[in-house]
Design a protein around this ligand. Sequence first.
Ligand code: NAP
Length: 365
Amino acid sequence: MANWTAFGILSRRGRTTVVGTATSDSKARPMFSRSRTCLVALGALLLSACAAGGSIAQGQPKPDWNLADMPSQNGRIFLVTGGTSGIGYESAKALAAAGAQVVIAARNPERGEEAIASIREETPDARVRFESLDLADLASVHALAERLTAALPRLDGLINNAGIMEPPERGTSADGFEMQFAVNYLGHFALTEELLPLLQKADAPRVVTLSSIAARLGAIHFQDLQFEQDYDPAGAYQQSKLACLMFALELQRRSDAAGWGIQSIASHPGVSRTNLQVNNGFVRRSIGRFVLQPAARGALPTLYAITAPDARGGSYYGPTGMMELRGSLGFAQVPAAATDAQAIARLWSVSEELSGTRYPSRIAD
Ligand SMILES: NC(=O)c1ccc[n+]([C@@H]2O[C@H](COP(=O)([O-])OP(=O)(O)OC[C@H]3O[C@@H](n4cnc5c(N)ncnc54)[C@H](OP(=O)(O)O)[C@@H]3O)[C@@H](O)[C@H]2O)c1
């Protein structure tokens, strides 16, 4: 069976998207062989990118915002999931260099130590440490939240960054959920809920959740949320990233409504040179060199969202050039599916049920 893949934006189930792709079958297929679908998808992306451009609103970053614009983070404490590589590593490194205390959480302690050593090459006095976290295991999520709650005075920022993309075979988490849904979305949904009290001890706590342009092509498949019937690696990735975006926007809405005092923001890195992308065979072989931006650049929307005084809760930041694949910072396009109030409410309630967490309806003063 063909396994179409490119930048994680393709889907068999939705039959919407083939943009410059190849297969992981033994027999390579020519790019754009599904040309009609391709052109429609490419056109849709181009149009939507154009439609997204030009808006000026509160919280609009200056397009050339970069690390030099980041205010000192001295005295602030951040948790970065998946901080051992790619976007998470670059985010942790920049925050530590700006004076923050940073906890990086991921599965592999050795990679954690390597990341810390590498951060300390640039910032010898960096206050950074590793914590074990497997987002595919809700017990591990719970254990991390407990450890941090016991150890930290507060949490100024949580970056829900860790992720996996398009494992060719359907895997399941320790709790029995489709792996991308579990790692990219549900684990972060639970982690954020469990860390709310610690976040609320900070003056201006922020939660930044990583989505992707793949979310634009996604749908929440309520009839088969776990892709048990017809596993589609790209469709499951798109669903997980759409869920992340819906979560980020809804977290802000609920925080406003219930007085949680949290700013919740979504970000995406365009397409950036990280393990997630370079492990994609097609990208590595073909166009990666030309399209992927450096991971440090891909981390800027997230760093803006978590640190910039002007960043606004409920916003979505990403690169604005070339269909949001790369380029200068700005508002990212929010797909209509991410603002469907009924679907958002349904997803939130299903997520509470599946993760065994319950967000408070109101925070006590
Ligand atoms: N790179 C891109 O072009 C791109 C585009 C759109 C969106 N994104 C999003 O950006 C985020 C970061 O991706 P990346 O490109 O930086 O990927 P990456 O280089 O592969 O890094 C992924 C990180 O997640 C951690 N991780 C994976 N599975 C985990 C689990 N079960 N529990 C805890 N941590 C886990 C990994 O560490 P361990 O393996 O040690 O656990 C690693 O630190 C993801 O949410 C991704 O969807 C990336």
